[in-house]
Design a protein around this ligand. Structure first.
Ligand code: GLN
Length: 454
């Protein structure tokens, strides 16, 4: 049914870069056989899933939305893909994204825009717009995204889906094509909070192949979602982050947010205001740290090892000139912009002024979180300041595009988990997201509160 749905609507949406119909049907048949044989299967066995194209999948094309990886077939699976396969979830295919996960609209994909199923003239968010659109349009019940500065949560908000970024280290990064290694986390994109918790439990937990993977077991996430769904939040302290609301937030977004705070109060939560003064600088710090790490991570795309290789059109064929020709042709403008920005920020004369200062701000953001979590069990804000914008609206203005992540970025800098849950429709008839942040390793709390709001 999902493959039929993809055939029916994906011509309009372009959520998928590759559909792996045969493989998906084979897995489904295998799960049926195991079920008939009386095998004990997990709760998501047989439920199809779509995977963001930045996650490597053995034998299936993986481009990260870039021309530079066109035609590359990974020889191995990411750890999270191994776990998905072992649990019997048919993989429907790979989803569209901004090139190397750089963007908030999926307009930076080298393979065309993904459209928002709510309004085909609007962006589905980014960088994981393909995964969010696929789930919102019922092409897939589950999807995987990655979130470096909001790329799971913001697409969730603007498509009316649930998008969860786990605690940094909670889900293995082995087999993710790295953007910024100290910020990247993979996580679930779903239609319900319980689905997200179940998928998080499936893909999460320790992996010796990722040196930043948390060694202890995950908290009980699905149980927390069930508890929240029962509607009891008595005694829970909810902190509204002063710096993540008000000016710059669309009226309908603020109105829906205020209504959900009332709902939380009605369920017994105590709503308090908290201040995180350094969040004001989080975006600036992110746009130094992220490009710095990305410029280093992307150095491996040199025309020698993976995918595209372009020979210089004239002159001698040296390794350096092949690299320049390949990267000049294979990378899009946004990727080039960030590689240049990151290289500059890391260069000897500027290191302290830019990268060094940004790292200090990162520490201040972490301290703000620690202080806020002394006063509240979870922190909340609108996920994004606006609903889905129109194609082209912010494409020529990188700063305006970057500002869409103002509420999601602090969590990545601190490594804390966050989820965006649907929060009704704004006055323009488009979906709004409600963001819940929890302390590191307390991902269960965000699912509890998220499920209570459903
Ligand atoms: N939109 C942000 C950026 O462009 C976040 C991207 C992400 O989370 N991968 O960097």
């Amino acid at each position: 049914a999902h493959l039929d749905r993809i055939a029916e609507v994906d011509g309009d949406l372009n959520a998928f870069l590759h559909v792996s119909a045969e493989e998906a049907l084979a897995t489904a048949a295998d799960v049926d056989a195991r079920r008939s044989a009386g095998d004990e299967l997990g709760p998501l066995a047989g439920v199809p899933i779509a995977i963001k194209d930045v996650v490597v999948t053995k034998g299936l094309p993986t481009t990260a939305g870039s021309k530079i990886l066109e035609g590359w077939i990974p020889p191995y699976d990411a750890t999270l893909v191994e776990r998905i396969k072992a649990a019997g979830l048919p993989i429907l295919g790979k989803t569209n994204m901004d090139e190397f996960a750089m963007g908030s609209s999926t307009e930076h994909s080298a393979y065309g825009n993904t459209r928002n199923p709510w309004d085909l003239d609007r962006i589905p968010g980014g960088s994981g717009g393909g995964s969010a659109a696929a789930v919102a349009a019922f092409e897939a019940p589950l999807a995987i995204g990655t979130d470096t500065g909001g790329s799971i949560r913001q697409p969730g908000a603007v498509t009316g889906t649930v998008g969860a970024k786990p605690t940094y280290g909670g889900v293995s990064r082995y087999g993710l094509i790295a953007m910024a290694s100290s910020l990247d986390q993979a996580g679930p994109v779903t239609r319900t909070v319980l689905d997200a918790a179940l998928l998080h439990e499936l893909i999460g937990g320790h992996d010796p192949r990722d040196s930043t993977s948390i060694p202890e077991a995950l908290p009980r996430l699905a149980d927390a979602a069930r508890l929240g769904a029962a509607g009891d939040l008595k005694g829970l302290r909810v902190g509204v982050v002063k710096e993540l609301s008000g000016e710059g937030y669309q009226e309908g977004v603020s109105a829906r947010f205020a209504e959900s705070l009332d709902t939380l109060r009605a369920l017994g939560a105590e709503v308090v205001e908290v201040s995180c003064p350094h969040f004001t600088y989080a975006l600036d710090a992110y746009y130094l740290i992220m490009p710095a790490e990305a410029s280093s991570n992307l150095a491996k795309f040199d025309g020698m090892r993976f995918g595209l290789r372009v020979q210089p059109s004239e002159g001698p064929v040296t390794a350096e000139r092949v690299m320049a020709a390949t990267r000049g042709t294979g990378f899009g403008d946004e990727v080039k912009r960030r590689v240049i920005l990151g290289t500059y920020a890391l260069s000897a004369g500027y290191y302290d002024a830019y990268y060094g200062s940004a790292q200090k701000v990162r520490t201040l953001v972490q301290r703000d979180f620690a202080a806020a979590f002394d006063q509240a069990d979870v922190l909340v804000s609108p996920t994004a300041p606006t609903t889905a914008f129109k194609f082209g609206e912010k494409l020529d203005d990188p700063l305006a595009m970057y500002l869409n992540d103002v509420a999601t970025i602090p969590a990545n800098l601190a490594g804390v988990p966050g989820v965006s849950v649907p929060n009704g429709l704004s006055d323009d008839g488009l979906p709004v997201g409600f963001q819940i942040l929890a302390p590191a390793k307390a991902d269960d709390r965000m699912y509890r509160v998220g499920a209570a709001l459903e």
